[in-house]
Design a protein. Structure first.
Length: 758
């Protein structure tokens, strides 16, 4: 056989019995495969030649007996020349596709004038590939048995040892026939391991190990482009390098993780042809004219005498190369070998692509599972919140019915008594009683009005519609306004009420919302008086520091337990939930107070012991200045969440407020469509949304006010409109308008637009 032939040709002298057994094996295999194989012998061609009276063809065909079997899995040729002198056959067996193709071409040339034979061969050779039966193993086993049974028979070497062919023994014959079986098994194993989801690293390494042995290659490597590897600092970098390697012997140097930027980058210019399926085949590196000197020197250093470079493409993108190295001797690569390497490279590319797709699917599955878990938690939280809201609603209705029913009952009852008793037919009530009843009716009416106002005010503060009216005023003047009210409440319950503010002078000015600060103090001190038993004590201490003012209210009331402390500043919550509460109130005072304190940028703390009393401490950041100063530190800390909405359209403003509030933005809605520099300085919003149709305010005015506070680079102005033409947008863009919102936008569109703008 050829020194480098992958498909050896078996040649030996056999007796007539052995040759007939071989012919029978070819015939039986053809019958088993039936329509899935093509079997032709000299008898079929002689029959066709007789009909055509081609004597020269008959003479040539009669001199040689042959059986040609072609199947989808393998092709085999048996031929024998009868030697009358020795009564033997010079037998030849081959599985080599190239040799078989040459033999068929010879038949066609011999019979080129015989149209029947040419048509017969052309028709059957085109149809032989259909079907999927695999009889190669059966065929080779039977072939081995036949030859093995005649091992004692005198074999004759028909070709000299120095020729291209040599005599093969029985073991070599079996190896010859098993090549196709082994190559198919490698491909089948790759497919099975892909289906069983083996690790891609194991599949590739197993594949190149088996291919190395099958093709008797010295070294088989995979050179990967842009392979992600860790450097010495544990950072991932992309580099072209050898990532897989199989060697036939320890005498062969390892090139695993080998990379040579200079030569290999230079040779990478031809990558485009590799993407189209080109393979580089070099039988002798040193004598090759296709390899540049730099790469030739590199091949010499790593012991490469012959090589085959086959591309591994992933969806028309070059991923790397499957490279076969012959290191000890040069090698003439057989076409069947290079074709097999291309098949293996394609399967490796398919394996990598499948692995990537599977990992992508797993990541998507994990993300989907995480989203499902998150949504499940959100749904669970929403259900809990809904349950709490439902419970709060029932408590609110129950609480409000009690708070409204008591004063209303009093008002209706006393007013009915007055109507009945002061009629012209019945004037039994004295003037003093009438005044007392009227006073009671008035007090209960004020109580109801205060309750309604608290509910409305808390709703406005929570929805972002409440804006502080910051002004500069004297703190002693404020205290003189509220102390008579608090003293009156304390005296009514026989409470000892004391105020410590000795260090303040009439010149102590602060910047805050005066009315809201009064409300804060009245709510907290009033709460202390309300929950302190008669003969108890309530102290108000006011401490002025450099950057803040502290209001500390201490009482000797009923106190609050640690379990009930979290409910203290919740709306519609009280310590006593029973209908027959000793203490009245809707549970809104402290909730509203907390909102007002935080709106000023301050915070409120409480310490309490049951049956001993409570201490409420309010911290407000106050700066003395002739100009209005920024007080709301809370807004400053969260200014990226503050949005000012200027519009008179109540419907769209309500919708936008709900959308942005749900997204945890703090929205300030200016209903009167006006904004001052002081308000801009206070709020420092990240965004101002201005209705294009507002009659009382203009883009020019907004821009001037922002410039006045030197906040032009920090605040973006967005227009709210029904529609926006190109000419209008060009006009508004001149005034630094950043973008616009359409009133027809959906919930998600508004949020996405705001998120993009911010």
């Amino acid at each position: 056989m050829s020194a480098q032939s992958q498909f050896p040709i078996f040649r030996q002298t056999t007796n007539i019995n052995v040759f007939l057994k071989l012919r029978s094996l070819w015939r039986e295999t053809g019958k088993m495969l039936q329509d899935h194989a093509f079997l032709v012998t000299e008898k079929e061609l002689l029959h066709l030649a007789e009909e055509d009276s081609a004597k020269n063809i008959q003479q040539n065909l009669q001199s040689e007996n042959f059986s040609l079997l072609i199947t989808p899995q393998f092709s085999s040729l048996l031929s024998g020349l009868w030697q009358s002198s020795t009564q033997d056959y010079q037998t030849q067996i081959t599985f080599d596709p190239v040799t078989i193709a040459d033999y068929i071409s010879g038949l066609k040339n011999l019979c080129q004038k015989n149209s029947n034979i040419i048509k017969y061969l052309a028709l059957n050779l085109n149809n032989y590939t259909k079907g999927g039966f695999d009889y190669l193993e059966f065929f080779t086993n039977q072939l081995t048995k036949i030859l093995d049974s005649e091992r004692d028979y005198q074999q004759k070497i028909l070709f000299p040892q120095n020729s291209n062919y040599c005599c093969l023994d029985i073991i070599t014959a079996k190896k010859m026939s098993n090549y196709q079986l082994e190559s198919q098994q490698i491909i089948d194993q790759i497919q099975n391991q892909i289906e069983l989801k083996f690790d891609v690293l194991d599949i590739i390494q197993m594949t190149i190990d088996r291919v190395l042995v099958l093709l008797q290659i010295d070294r088989l490597v995979i050179y990967q482009l842009d392979a992600p590897l860790q450097d010495i600092n544990s950072n991932f970098i992309n580099i072209d390098t050898v990532t897989y390697e199989a060697k036939s012997s320890e005498l062969i140097d390892s090139v695993l993780n080998f990379s040579n930027e200079t030569c290999l980058k230079e040779s990478s210019r031809g990558h485009s042809k590799y993407r189209q399926g080109f393979s580089l085949i070099v039988d002798d590196v040193q004598s090759s004219s296709t390899i540049d000197p730099c790469l030739k020197n590199l091949m010499d250093k790593i012991q490469v005498k012959s090589k085959v470079v086959t591309p591994i493409n992933l969806k028309h993108k070059l991923w790397g190369f499957l490279i076969a190295h012959q290191c000890l001797n040069t090698r003439q690569w057989n076409p069947s070998e290079t074709e097999f390497l291309r098949d293996i490279a394609n399967y490796i590319g398919f394996t990598i692509n499948q692995d990537r797709s599977r990992k992508l699917l797993q990541r998507q599955k994990s993300l989907l599972e995480e989203r499902v878990k998150t949504q499940a938690h959100q749904i669970k939280d929403a259900l809990v919140a809904a349950e709490i809201a439902s419970q709060s609603k029932h408590e609110f209705i129950d609480n409000m019915s009690h708070e409204f029913k008591t004063p209303l009952t009093c008002i209706i009852g006393l007013s009915g008594t007055l109507i009945h008793c002061t009629s012209k037919y019945n004037q039994s009530l004295s003037i003093d009683k009438q005044q007392k009843y009227l006073k009671t009716i008035q007090d209960n009416g004020k109580k109801l009005l205060k309750l309604v106002n608290n509910i409305l005010e808390l709703s406005e503060v929570e929805s972002g519609k409440h804006l502080l009216n910051i002004s500069r005023f004297s703190l002693p003047d404020l205290l003189r306004n509220i102390l008579p009210i608090l003293n009156q409440e304390a005296q009514y319950k026989s409470i000892d009420f004391n105020v410590d503010w000795q260090n303040f002078t009439p010149d102590d000015f602060i910047c805050a919302d005066k009315n809201r600060l009064e409300e804060i103090l009245i709510n907290i001190v009033g709460n202390g008086i309300k929950f302190t038993p008669p003969e108890g004590k309530v102290d108000l201490k006011i401490i002025k520091e450099e950057s803040q003012i502290i209001f500390q209210i201490e009482d000797t009331g009923i106190g609050i337990s640690q379990q009930q402390m979290p409910l203290l500043f919740k709306k519609f919550q009280q310590i006593d939930y029973s209908r027959r509460r000793v203490y009245g109130g809707a549970g809104l005072g402290l909730a509203l107070t907390k909102h007002l304190v935080e709106l000023h940028g301050g915070n409120i703390e409480v310490e309490s012991v049951v049956n001993q009393g409570s201490v409420f401490t309010v911290y407000l950041p106050i700066k003395e200045s002739k100009n209005v100063q920024l007080l709301n530190n809370n807004l400053v800390a969260n200014k990226s969440k503050t949005i000012v909405l200027i519009t008179q359209d109540e419907e769209i403003s309500t919708f936008i407020c709900e959308v942005l509030t749900a997204a945890e933005y703090q929205v300030v809605w200016l209903v009167d469509s006006s904004i001052s520099p002081d308000q801009i300085q206070l709020l420092q919003p990240i965004l101002i949304i201005l209705d294009k149709n507002c009659p009382e305010v203009s883009i020019e005015m907004i821009r001037e006010q922002i410039q006045e506070q030197e906040l032009l680079s920090k605040i973006k102005v967005v227009l709210l409109c029904d529609e926006m033409s190109a000419s209008e947008w060009q006009h508004f863009s001149q005034y630094d308008v950043y973008d616009y919102l359409l009133k027809s936008m959906s919930f998600s569109q508004i949020l996405n637009k705001i998120y993009t703008i911010i």
